[in-house]
Design a protein around this ligand. Structure first.
Ligand code: PLP
Length: 367
């Protein structure tokens, strides 16, 4: 190596120091694992925190809006963070099977991690309300799928009973290990920003994730990794807003199927998060979700509709945001999960059945 190159190497910062080992190995000291825990991992976590220029500009006032793109986890949603923990612990306990109710992403993650760990997985899903990509995943990863003529809430009621009577671990977000794994997303944000954001905007279904983030921010604050705590802003769809309205919604309806939940299991925990963080729960319409969904995609970030609720909610609060705030919106799932939604809701120019001649195409391009 030339002297010049040696000097260059010495002063160039190596961003990719070593292979990311998955979130359990990375944050072991903060998680309920021991040397006896068999770690079932797909190297999940370490997802990018992307500065959004368009949303930052829209909010104005020198606000910085970052997107925690958790749709880049191995199965395409943040559920992997909880599932690596839940499946590792199930394996440690010697269980042979796990079960969950799911609007899609939990079943995809449960199926993938269970198969990787050599466990069987059973998933109950609401007939006709699971996005195509998620269904494809559960089928491919090897779950046994039971589609019920009922919604998520009904499915959850059944799997809760089953898991209490038989030796099958429930891996929905009532499973405390799910929350433990998911809190690492808050750690990553603080590690990246060097401080907690002023606001955290997040979609809420069963409200496990907002509970997990708050736990993560609080735990990191205790060991002085961040000196302040964010306001926790939880968003639901107007047709599925049990936490905003403080009711049980019998027939939840929304385009954002991942948060189509009428009776959130973590309701009480979510209320505490709102109170402790001085945050707020609000609803956004499906139309507002789609506006945000398209805006993000135009900046190169494709998330699923439920995830766009976090950005739609932020936009609604534009006038409440203090100057020079730092805000993180959590993008919980990948846009590829729900191709039907994208195909139905876009502003693309898509010309079909065109005769393939150079002259014809040139004309179409306007040259
Ligand atoms: C599960 C899920 C949510 C909701 O998370 P909760 O922990 O149930 O509040 C939001 N978005 C996506 C994409 C999900 O898969």
């Amino acid at each position: 190596m030339s002297i010049l190159n040696k000097i260059k190497n010495k002063f160039s910062f190596n961003y990719r120091k070593k292979r990311w080992p998955g979130l359990i190995n990375a944050y072991k000291q903060y998680l309920p694992v021991s040397s006896k825990t068999p770690i079932i991992s797909l190297n999940e976590g370490n997802t990018p925190l992307i500065l959004s220029k368009s949303i930052s500009d829209l909010i104005g006032n020198d606000t910085k809006v970052y997107l925690k793109y958790d749709g880049l986890n191995p199965t395409g949603s943040f559920k992997d963070r909880g599932m690596t923990m839940a499946i590792s612990k199930a394996k440690e306990e010697g269980r042979e099977a796990v079960i969950c109710a799911s609007t899609g992403n939990t079943s995809a993650a449960a199926a993938a991690y269970a198969s990787r760990g050599g466990l069987k997985s059973y998933v109950l899903i609401p007939d006709g309300y699971v996005a195509q990509g998620k269904l494809a995943q559960a089928l491919m990863y090897g779950a046994e799928i039971i589609s019920i003529q009922g919604n998520f809430d009904k499915a959850l009621e059944i799997v809760r009973k089953l898991s209490s009577e038989y030796p099958i671990n429930l891996v929905n977000s009532v499973n405390p290990y799910r929350i433990q794994g998911q809190k690492t997303a808050a750690f990553e944000i603080v590690d990246d920003l060097g401080i907690a954001p002023d606001w955290l905007c997040i979609p809420m279904g069963n409200a496990g994730n907002i509970t997990a983030y708050w736990l993560g921010f609080k735990e990191y604050a205790k060991i002085k990794k961040n000196l302040k705590l964010p306001l926790m802003m939880g968003f639901q769809s107007e047709g599925s807003a049990p936490l905003v309205k403080n009711i049980i919604v019998q027939d939840p309806e929304t385009i954002a199927t991942a948060i189509r939940i009428g009776n959130p299991v973590n309701r009480d925990k979510a209320k505490i998060v709102k109170k402790e963080s001085k945050g707020d729960f609000q609803s956004v319409t499906d139309e507002e979700i789609i506006v945000a969904y398209k805006m993000l995609a135009k900046e190169g970030i494709f998330c699923e509709p439920a995830s766009a609720a976090s950005v739609a909610g932020l936009i609604k609060n534009k006038n409440r945001i203090k100057k020079e705030s730092t805000i993180v919106c959590v993008l919980t799932g990948n846009g590829l999960k729900d191709p039907d939604c994208a195909i139905k809701n876009n502003d693309a120019i898509f010309q079909k059945n065109i005769e393939p001649s150079l002259k014809n195409i040139t004309k179409i391009l306007g040259y």
